[in-house]
Design a protein around this ligand. Structure first.
Ligand code: ADP
Ligand code: MG
Length: 288
């Protein structure tokens, strides 16, 4: 039978907006010494805003229309930012066909008969589109647009770091977490800069969902590592499934992430990872 204090621990956690899907995860999270965290939506707000648009297409307004119309078929936070920037663009005014969303890359489709691509440099390389070199130096997230297989311009889009993220990392370190890692599908330079700023030990960008799994498997190969992964998106589901403890940021997170996780943080506060560990530790102390 489960010792009574486990219920105390689960109750204290739930009081803090942290849901344990089983008492065994209290034990496991108490032993976690390696914390791997997704960036977008977990350490950042995941609320993007268009900052700037540049175009080399003969008609800039048309380029914006094609790109936004295509993105209207995506649920990604980047797509939402582009639609919000131009609410006058109504998807049903366009003939949008053959849409494909390519995880970690962007979108592809036909808009009014034009072949449109919207996404990152990886997507452009995949389709052999030559874009302006200065794009590689931009420090924010960039959505590049190609029309009929030619580079047409780009959107600069930015996201804000959650205020609670600094607190989250410093509390985890105080609790004795020996390794912190950030994994993201976003640009490597953005990911590395944020890791520096937040004092996260290792960071990897430009990742596809399967690359996140690879990094967690690699960490788990060292039997001294008990690995927690924290993520919010559908692209995080495989990583949540394979980690020792999968923690979903459930505040705005995807249903898939919440479903496959072992622990759910029901608010948007990453510092609750530390709270969960603290509660788990004191629960164990009572049991032993
Ligand atoms: P994270 O792992 O940080 O949560 P994602 O895997 O959701 O990030 O996205 C990775 C990258 O893929 C984005 O930064 C963006 O460059 C590109 N991308 C994904 N979806 C779209 C989209 N709908 N439109 C444009 N770019 C996209
Ligand atoms: Mg995410």
């Amino acid at each position: 039978s489960i010792p009574l204090s486990y219920f105390g621990g689960i109750g204290a956690a739930s009081h803090n907006g942290i849901l344990f899907k089983g008492a065994n995860y209290l034990d496991l999270i108490a032993k976690v010494n390696t914390v791997v965290i997704d960036k977008t939506g977990t350490l950042t707000e995941g609320v993007f805003q268009v900052q700037k648009i540049e175009s080399v297409y003969p008609d800039k307004e048309k380029m914006i229309e094609y790109a936004v119309a295509l993105e209207s078929k995506s649920n990604h936070p980047i797509a939402k930012a582009m639609l919000e920037y131009h609410p006058d663009i109504l998807p049903y005014d366009f003939n949008i066909e053959n849409v494909e969303e390519i995880a970690g890359h962007g979108m592809k489709g036909l808009v009014n008969g034009k072949d449109v691509l919207t996404g990152n440099t990886k997507l452009m390389k995949l389709h052999k589109i030559k874009y302006e070199q200065k794009i590689d130096d931009i420090k924010e997230t960039v959505v590049i647009v190609a029309i009929n297989k030619e580079y047409a311009g780009f959107f600069v889009i930015s996201d804000k770091v959650k205020k609670d993220s600094w607190n989250a990392i410093s509390r985890l370190k105080k609790l004795g977490i020996k390794t912190t890692v950030m994994l993201s599908g976003d640009k490597k330079s953005i990911v590395d800069d944020l890791a520096d700023e937040l004092n996260i030990d290792f960071s990897y960008g430009d990742l596809l969902p399967e690359d996140k799994v690879y990094h967690i498997e690699k960490l788990k190969k060292d039997s001294d590592n008990i690995v927690a992964f924290v993520g919010d998106g559908i692209n995080d589901a495989p990583a949540l499934a394979i980690s020792d403890v999968g923690i979903a940021m459930g505040g705005m997170g995807s249903d898939a992430a919440v479903e496959i996780s072992d622990v759910v943080i029901q608010t948007d506060h990453p510092s609750k990872i530390a709270t969960a560990k603290q509660i788990a530790r004191s629960t164990r102390a009572i049991v032993i």
